[in-house]
Design a protein around this ligand. Structure first.
Ligand code: PMP
Length: 390
């Protein structure tokens, strides 16, 4: 019989292939805008000082590493609750569980949907984060694609979203990026959020909001506007949240999954199923990063420091966006977008040309990390892109 040794090779994610290409390039002035982590003006991804101090306190004071259980650190979710839910934090129909990153939260949310409503379809705007389709497929959910981004006009194709939502079946799921859309940076405006929420409420759709970059767009609260509006409008809402970016703890895997249903009892019952799903996958979430985030949020001094550090990351993202936008009218749209990612209006051949000629590495699709480059490299990056466009 065939076995493990007979498996077909994995068709490698083109972003993973890019990492290999970058590593193999001996040029010392290469620019890596393919990577998906925040970099500061010096081109590094530091641990925020508030996080570093919280880690120090955690290590100094922790007396046991005995199991915490499937919910993870309840103090972590309690401290995070008002940040994610805002004015809805007091709503007992909403419960949250700690997860291994945003991926873990998406895993729980999609498996819960499959368990509760196997026939539900998930509406997905394209392009989306490349891990969304495999996650949905892994959960066994059918997907319906619509165009999120208008590549000609370089903005969100809101009509397509509206149409998809209006044509959805009762009980279908609307997967939406809460803010800082990956890969396009094209977010919904406040009025658009309200409009989609009204359709979701009317057609009884379940919003599943992927909130991986809160604080990187307009502000911590502003970036949760969509979450809050959906909670206002809908009885059933799922939120997949990540602290990995805004706390700079990527590899520590810190996130949470939030569920709202129409009653406290239904939520409690569903969360028991969620814990069962988690139990089969990872049993309990890893503690270190979430405990660190909790310490930051519970200490007023560290919290203030962290808020400043998130603001500094956001300010850099928006400042680099403006510099790129100002370098050529064809790139002006980049200043209207949010978060770390944006799409360059380049063909694959032009993207490859940038790699070969300038050592500038972005995804084949033209997706690039706005803050992948150091301040000192911005002008050279812009000049090379503009040359490729000419
Ligand atoms: N959603 C989106 C849109 C993302 O870009 C990412 C991370 N790249 C995630 C979720 C998952 O983040 P995490 O590393 O916390 O699992």
């Amino acid at each position: 019989p065939k076995g493990i040794a007979d498996l077909e090779p994995v068709v490698s994610d083109s972003l993973l292939a890019l990492i290999g290409l970058i590593a193999a390039d001996p040029r010392t002035d290469k620019i890596d805008v393919g990577v998906g982590v925040f970099r500061d003006g010096a081109g590094t991804t530091p641990i925020p000082a508030s996080v570093k101090e919280a880690e120090r306190r955690l290590v100094a004071n922790q007396e046991t590493k005995a199991y915490l259980g499937g919910w993870g650190d309840r103090g972590f979710t309690a401290a995070l609750r008002p940040i994610v839910l805002g004015g809805h934090a007091g709503d007992a129909r909403i419960a949250g569980v700690q997860t291994p990153g945003g991926c873990g939260a998406l895993f729980l949310a999609t498996r819960l949907i499959k368990l509760a409503r196997p026939e539900a379809r998930v509406l997905v705007g394209t392009p989306t984060w490349p891990n969304h389709p495999p996650l949905l497929k892994g959960a066994g959910l059918e997907t319906v694609e619509y165009r999120h981004y208008d590549f000609e006009a370089r903005r969100i194709d809101f009509e397509a979203l509206r149409r998809a939502a209006e044509q959805a079946n009762v009980g279908d799921v609307l997967l939406l990026h809460g803010c800082c859309h990956n890969p396009t940076g094209a977010d919904l405006g406040e009025e658009q959020w309200r409009e989609v929420a009204a359709i979701a409420s009317e057609r009884r759709l379940t919003p599943l909001i992927d909130l991986a970059y809160q604080g990187f767009g307009r502000g911590l609260d502003e970036d949760a506007y969509g979450v809050r509006v959906m909670l206002d409008a809908c009885d059933e809402v799922l939120i997949a949240q990540s602290c990995d970016k805004n706390f700079g703890v990527y590899r520590d895997r810190v996130g949470s999954m939030w569920l709202k249903t129409g009653s406290e009892q239904a939520t409690a019952n569903a969360m028991a199923h969620v814990l069962q799903i988690a139990r089969e996958a990872w049993s309990m979430p890893p503690d270190h990063g979430a405990a660190t985030a909790r310490i930051v949020l519970e200490d007023s001094g560290l919290r203030q420091q962290w808020l400043g550090e998130v603001a500094a990351m956001r300010d850099r993202i928006n400042a680099v966006r403006r510099r790129i936008a100002d370098s050529d009218p064809r790139l002006a749209y980049i200043a209207n977008e949010f978060g770390m990612f944006s799409m360059m209006p380049l063909s694959k051949a032009q993207v490859v040309g940038l790699r070969e000629k300038h050592g500038i590495y972005m995804a084949d699709s033209g997706r690039f990390n706005v803050v992948g480059m150091a301040d000192a490299d911005i002008d050279r990056f812009c000049a090379a892109v503009v040359e490729a466009l000419d």
